[in-house]
Design a protein around this ligand. Structure first.
Ligand code: PMP
Length: 367
C-alpha cells in the first residue's frame, strides 16, 4: 500500500467515485467532432427561465457579499409555493448535499441505510462516506421498489431509508397506497427520505402527496431540487421538507453559506415562472412519447417512465452501444455498473435531439 493510501480512512479508500455523464466538451475534444448532444444526465433541454437568468445577473453585482445563510427570500418563496411553514425547510447545494446532511445528522458508524437498487448512485456513496453500511434491496420483477422486501431489510441498526420516487434510473414510481404502506411499516427509529427530484414530471393521479404526511409522520423527509424541471442543475440548489424539529438538527449539520447568493436569487425567480415549468413538462412528455414509439419500431423493450428519461433494453451489450453512439455524437448513460448490462438510460431532450438518438440507435443496432 502506498504511503498516502495508508493515511486515508478505510471506508473512503474503498469508495467508488460517482460516475458523471460525459460532458459534451470532453467528448468533442476526445473525438474531434462537433454538434454532439447529451441525453445522459436527466437535465432540462430548455435551460432555466429567463427570469432566473436575469436574477443571476442582478445578483452578480453583489458577489462581494456572503450569501444570506438563512436563504430568507427563497425560504419564503418555497414555503408559499408548497403551503408549508418556513421552519420546515432546509436548503442545500442540490439534493446531493441534502443527502449528505441527512447522513451527517442521523447516521452513526456501522449504522445502516436501506434503499431499493438500482437507484440513485449517490445513496451508497453518501452512506459509505459517513462510515455507514449500505443495504441495497432488489427491485421487484417489474423494476418497482419492493415495499415488502424493503421492510424486511430494515433492522435495529437501520437509520435511514432512501426512496427515489420516481426512481432513477428506472423511471418507475410508487403510488400513494404502496408509499404509505412503507411509511407506516417503518419503526420509529427509521427516517424515510422521499427523494422527489422528478416529481413534476409524474402523471399518475395516485402519486403520493408526501408533504401532507409530514404532520403525522415526523420521521418523513421529502427532497426536491431545482436541478431538473427548473433547469438549474449547474447552480446547485435543492431543499428538504420535514418536521421543524428534525429540520432544526439538520440545520446544525450544514455549512453556513451552503447555497450561493446566485442560486438563491435564481431559485426564487424560477419558482415564480410556472409557464416555463409547463413548457419543459410538455416538451419532456412529447419526448418520452417519441422515444416509446421509436423503441417499439426498433423492437426494443423499455420501461414506462414517470420521469424525464427512459430505461431501454438495447438487446445487446449496452457499453458497446454507448461507445458507438458516442462516435455519432450522442451521449447516453450505460448502466452496467447497476447490473443492467443491456440497458441505456436516455433523457428526453429537444425534439431534434430525440430523433437523432433514435436514428443513431437504428444505425448502431443495424435495424
Ligand atoms: N435524486 C435523484 C433521484 C436524482 O436522479 C438526482 C440527479 N441525478 C439527484 C437526486 C440529485 O440532484 P441535485 O443534487 O442536482 O439536486
Amino acid at each position: 500500500m502506498s504511503r498516502i493510501r495508508e493515511l486515508v480512512r478505510p471506508h473512503i479508500r474503498e469508495l467508488e467515485p460517482y460516475p458523471p455523464g460525459k460532458p459534451i466538451e470532453e467528448l468533442e475534444r476526445e473525438l474531434g467532432i462537433e454538434s454532439s448532444i447529451k441525453l445522459a444526465s436527466n437535465e432540462s433541454p430548455l435551460g432555466p427561465s429567463r427570469r432566473a437568468v436575469e436574477a443571476i445577473f442582478q445578483q452578480a453585482e453583489q458577489l462581494n457579499r456572503y450569501p444570506d445563510g438563512s436563504s430568507y427570500y427563497l425560504r419564503q418563496a418555497v414555503a408559499q409555493h408548497l403551503d408549508v411553514v418556513p421552519e420546515s425547510l432546509l436548503f442545500g447545494a442540490g439534493s446531493d448535499e441534502l443527502l449528505e446532511i441527512l447522513v451527517k445528522t442521523f447516521l452513526g458508524p456501522g449504522e445502516e441505510v436501506v434503499y431499493p437498487w438500482p437507484s440513485f448512485a449517490m445513496y451508497p456513496i453518501v452512506t459509505v462516506g459517513m462510515g455507514g453500511t449500505p443495504r441495497p434491496v432488489d427491485l421487484d420483477a417489474e423494476y418497482r421498489a419492493d415495499v415488502d422486501k424493503l421492510l424486511d431489510a430494515v433492522g435495529e441498526r437501520t437509520k435511514l431509508v432512501f426512496l427515489a420516487n420516481p426512481n432513477n434510473p428506472t423511471g418507475m414510481s410508487l403510488g400513494s397506497a404502496e408509499f404509505e404502506r412503507l411509511l407506516q411499516g417503518l419503526p420509529d427509529h427509521v427516517i424515510l427520505v422521499a427523494d422527489e427530484a422528478y416529481n413534476e414530471y409524474v402523471r399518475r393521479p395516485d402519486y403520493p402527496r408526501s408533504l401532507t404526511l409530514i404532520a403525522s409522520h415526523a420521521t418523513l423527509v421529502v427532497l426536491r431540487t431545482l436541478s431538473k424541471i427548473h433547469g438549474l442543475a449547474g447552480l446547485r440548489v435543492g431543499y428538504a421538507v420535514g418536521d421543524p424539529e428534525l429540520i432544526s438538527y439538520m440545520e446544525r449539520a450544514r455549512h453556513p453559506f451552503n447555497v450561493s447568493s446566485l442560486a438563491q436569487a435564481a431559485a426564487v425567480a424560477a419558482l415564480g415562472d410556472p409557464e416555463h415549468l409547463e413548457r419543459v413538462r410538455s416538451l419532456t412528455h412529447e419526448g418520452l412519447a417519441l422515444f416509446e414509439k421509436g423503441f417499439r419500431e426498433l423492437g426494443l423493450d423499455y420501461l414506462p417512465s414517470d420521469a424525464n428519461f427512459v430505461l431501454v433494453d438495447v438487446g445487446a451489450d449496452a457499453a458497446a452501444v454507448y461507445e458507438r453512439l458516442l462516435r455519432l455524437g450522442v451521449i447516453t448513460r450505460p448502466l452496467g455498473a447497476f447490473g443492467l448490462a443491456q440497458h441505456l438510460r436516455v433523457t428526453a431532450g429537444l425534439p431534434e435531439e430525440n430523433q437523432r438518438l433514435l436514428d443513431a440507435l437504428r444505425e448502431v443496432l443495424g435495424r
